[in-house]
Design a protein around this ligand. Structure first.
Ligand SMILES: Cc1ncc(COP(=O)(O)O)c(C=O)c1O
Length: 290
């Protein structure tokens, strides 16, 4: 597989208030965010020339920074404006959009009280998160040995880069075993989510999803809950144990990157891509392009 490194793409990146050529958007190795994990980010998608839920994502970026005790130099409205400008400058109609904010090199050591928060926004073309075959037939998940920490153990409501250390470990574990992604339980042993998407199960026509009390309450998750209710599907947020999950009629994951992707296998148990997953997938496809 030939991979073009992401620092070698063309275009412009919005960086601390100005556009810089893509290849020049660099930071110094002695940056607090790189050493101590002080970095938050967003993942957004644009469809048909419009960024989906731009306000919600921009607000979450600001909230994520505040949860990490990082001062944000911009308001939500400003982040929205700069993200929109970056997207328009790219000329793309369909794109993935990545704003991020990190602590700079102004101070070294655990305390970051005197660092500045730097912000960059980039966007690139990106089709589907999983392969098109997996997209159609569903993905396989392997239960990870890693657990999601409690909300008083890690800043779990923040889309903090540091939390993805765990996501990467779970994804590696799954991919090395021949699975598409990981099923991650939380510190109590409850079903939580995959490495980068929330999880839903359908049982007897009811849509169930774990309570988002120690992982991201995804914007797609919230959209799907609203959409399902609007379609007359009963939705329950509840504790789901792994045993119960394996008795589901249908399972799917949701996220900006993953959109709605059916799950066809967990460890050794297989699942069909059922009618509710298909209906929601179609409805989401239309909704984000509307
Ligand atoms: C760990 C994790 N959970 C859930 C989600 C889904 O969030 P959203 O629907 O806001 O993209 C994401 C993606 O951002 C994620 O990385």
């Amino acid at each position: 597989m030939t991979l073009v490194p992401f620092d070698q793409l063309d275009g412009f990146i919005w960086y601390d208030g100005a556009f810089v050529p893509w290849k020049d958007a660099k930071l110094h190795v002695i940056s607090h965010g790189l050493h101590y994990g002080g970095c938050v980010f967003e993942g957004e998608r644009a469809y048909n020339g419009k960024i989906f839920k731009l306000r919600e994502h921009s607000q979450r970026l600001v909230d994520s920074a505040h949860i990490l005790d990082m001062e944000m130099p911009y308001t939500t409205e400003q982040i929205m404006q700069y993200t929109q400008e970056t997207f328009e400058k790219s000329g793309f109609q369909y794109a993935y959009v990545r704003p991020l904010a990190w602590r700079g090199p102004e101070q070294m050591g655990i305390s970051a009280l005197h660092t500045k928060t730097h912000v960059a926004i980039a966007c690139w073309e990106w089709a589907t998160y999983f392969t098109s075959e997996a997209w159609e037939k569903g993905i396989s998940l392997k239960t990870s040995k890693w657990r999601k920490p409690a909300a008083n153990t890690a800043p779990t409501a923040s889309k903090a880069a540091g939390l993805y250390m765990l996501g990467t470990l779970t994804k590696h574990e799954a991919e090395r075993a021949g699975f598409h992604d990981a099923l991650v339980l939380d510190y109590r042993g409850y079903v939580a989510e995959s490495s980068g998407a929330n999880l839903f199960m359908v049982k007897n026509g009811v849509l169930n999803t774990p309570i988002a009390d120690c992982f991201l309450n995804g914007i797609t998750r919230q959209t799907v809950i609203e959409m399902a209710k609007g379609m007359g599907i009963k939705v329950e947020e509840k504790v789901i144990m792994p045993d119960e999950l394996l008795t589901a009629d249908e399972i799917f994951v949701t996220g900006t990157a993953a959109e709605i992707t059916a799950v066809s296998k967990i460890d050794t148990t297989t699942f069909n891509v059922g009618p509710i997953s298909r209906a929601l997938k179609d409805a989401y496809h239309d909704f984000v392009r509307a």
